[in-house]
Design a protein around this ligand. Structure first.
Ligand code: M6R
Length: 585
């Protein structure tokens, strides 16, 4: 979380920092700030709110600066907690969490130092100010004392025209362009300006000064950087007539799904690994976790290989058992989610073959993985993941089919889904008429069995995320074991039924909740269920292979969440408290 930009060179720093920060707002948008070094004096502008609210920042004078857009971890989103933090000769922006904050802060307080913010990040400026001499050495010494994760960009008033950088656990890219040197949390923020881009590796430092971005290892020996390629990107791709990116991205799903279907060349090294695979572990967070859950059902059904899906933040502390011939799928749109990276590292340490399933070719996850499978979702701007979910499914279903083939088993062809999706997307618009029953509700339930349950979880996450309404995804058969007590006429229930085998079982739960006053909104591909007693409204979607049905059944849930968010006056693209890329633990 949090976006960092740094610049030094021939041009005025402030406009470059602001342009870069706007491209990084997906990483956090609750407060922002810039510091520019003019001679040996810092000029700082910080505000609560978005980058566009940094009045006066654009005219700050100076050719070296750092900027930050924040997702609060320590202290409220306020001007005083916004970065950069200045202490003594140093100005600092930080992404990550200083886990030994209390001990370090106590040490500074004991020295009579005052803290101007509630952040953990300010400590870095205090510790730096205490170090005499070369700021790079100072930064190395301070980083050695930090526990947790960080990407840091630092200015020192004693060394005008220089930006210092450090990375451990949180991404940081440095680059060289014809007018100067750049640093950023993510490459697109600087790719229009910098022709050469390098991703710092964990434990590396960089000094941007003069014509050179020099990179150093932990011993401060110069090293050659890890060059990456990233196309230049606009901060605001065209909305093409849509009002929001979330809606536009949903409209792209049929094309994205088709693009993300992958043919795995027989005899490739990857297929040889598939041949030997006996166990599959999948780890991911949020929506990516739900796509992993959906994949588990397809893999077990067609390949008969035990597959387990883990929430990545749990996996890393589970002391997981990794058996021989385990394939570990780390699923992450951004490829930067801290918990997913940690889970992948642990799985690799324990001997699993780690495969990155990601949308970003140069992301940190690809550096941990032995194989990378790229989804073709294109850039996803809205914080709520929609098209990336379907892209992940396309890839994971393609993998399922390949795995089944390797074992001489038959699997349905996921490409058969592609033509169905446009029709399902159009029909999903019908959920707009459902919004009055949700917008004022106390909360909503989403129920289903098997893969329908995985989609129910995703539907409830989507609703919570953009409408701020409590939503719960529940296995349809489990309600009666307690949760049914919460169901009344103010809790709409969305029921999913896409499994021929399980649909009647789900309809039992439909009858049970309807009997308690709930209005049931049924989404199914079985026409005869729509007229059943207890169904208040229904949406009929085209029939499809049951094991791959989540790619279809999720569409109306995404649409429903979007329309309920609008009805409640929310910005679906930038929900409160959230960020697109979650790079802290
Ligand atoms: O970039 P990742 O796929 O690793 O992100 C994982 C989650 O943070 C993400 O899916 C999040 O849950 C979405 N905002 C949900 O819409």
């Amino acid at each position: 979380m949090c976006g960092i930009v740094g610049y030094c060179g021939r041009r005025a720093a402030a406009p470059i920092l602001l342009a870069g920060l706007k491209k990084l707002e997906y990483r956090g948008y609750d407060s922002a700030g810039v510091a520019v070094l003019n001679g040996t004096a810092f000029a700082v502008v910080r505000r609560a709110g978005r980058v566009s609210g940094l009045d006066g920042a654009a005219s700050l004078m100076g050719n070296a600066g750092i900027g930050h857009t924040r997702w609060a971890t320590h202290g409220a989103p306020s001007e005083r907690n916004a970065h950069p933090h200045v202490w003594g000769d140093y100005a600092v922006v930080h992404n990550g969490i200083v886990e030994n904050e209390h001990a370090l802060k106590a040490e500074c307080l004991a020295r009579g130092e005052e803290f101007l913010s509630e952040t953990d990040s300010e400590i870095v400026a205090h510790l730096l100010a205490r170090e005499a001499g070369d700021p790079l050495v100072a930064l190395r010494n301070v980083c050695a004392r930090l526990e947790g994760s960080y990407a840091l960009a630092v200015l020192c008033a004693r060394t005008p025209g220089t930006v210092y950088c450090a990375r451990r656990g949180s991404p940081l890219i440095v680059g060289r362009g014809k007018d100067g040197l750049y640093a950023a949390s993510d490459a697109p923020a600087i790719a229009t300006e910098a022709e050469e881009l390098y991703a710092l590796r964990d434990g590396e430092f960089a000094v941007l000064a003069g014509e050179e971005a020099r990179i150093f290892n932990g011993e401060l020996a110069a090293v050659s950087g890890d060059r990456i390629v990233c196309a230049a990107a606009d901060d605001a791709p065209a909305l093409d007539g849509f009002n929001h990116y979330m809606r536009k991205e949903m409209s792209e799903i049929p094309a994205v799904f088709a693009r993300s279907l992958t043919d795995f060349a027989e005899n490739s090294e990857f297929c040889k690994v598939l041949c030997q695979t006996e166990y599959i572990q999948i780890a991911a967070c949020g929506t990516a976790y739900h796509s992993g859950l959906c994949a588990k059902f397809a893999i077990e059904r067609f390949c008969r290989i035990p597959a387990e899906t883990y929430i990545a933040s749990e996996y890393r502390y589970l002391d997981p058992i990794v058996k021989e011939n385990t394939l570990f799928l780390a699923v992450s749109q951004s490829g930067e989610t801290a918990d997913t990276l940690a889970a992948a590292r642990l799985a690799a340490e324990r001997g699993a073959v780690v495969v990155a399933v990601t949308n970003v070719a140069y992301s940190s996850l690809t550096r941990i993985a032995r194989f990378t499978l790229l989804t073709q979702a294109g850039r996803e701007i809205a914080v709520a993941a929609t098209k990336s979910f379907n892209a992940q499914l396309a890839l994971l279903y393609s993998l399922t089919a390949a795995l089944a083939r390797q074992r001489g088993r038959l699997a349905a062809d996921p490409s058969a889904l592609a033509p169905i999706l446009s029709d399902a997307l159009a029909r999903s618009e019908e959920t707009r008429a459902w919004t009055p029953f949700f917008a004022g509700a106390r909360g909503a339930y989403f129920i289903g069995r098997g893969a329908d349950h995985a989609v129910a979880l995703e539907g409830s996450l989507k609703l919570k995320e953009v409408s701020y309404l409590p939503g719960e995804g529940y296995p349809a058969g489990e309600l009666k074991h307690g949760t049914l007590a919460l169901i009344d006429d103010k809790t709409p229930v969305v029921a999913l039924a896409f499994s021929e085998r399980l649909a009647e079982k789900t309809m039992n739960a439909v009858r049970e909740v309807a009997a308690r006053g709930a209005k049931v909104f049924l989404i199914t591909c079985f026409e005869e269920l729509c007229a059943r007693k207890g169904v208040f409204r229904s949406l009929l979607l085209p029939p499809c292979e049951e094991a791959y049905s989540p790619a279809v059944s999720v569409l109306p849930l995404q649409a429903l969440a979007y329309y309920v968010a609008l009805a409640r006056g929310n910005d679906p693209d930038k929900p409160r408290h959230l960020a697109k890329s979650v790079t802290v633990e």
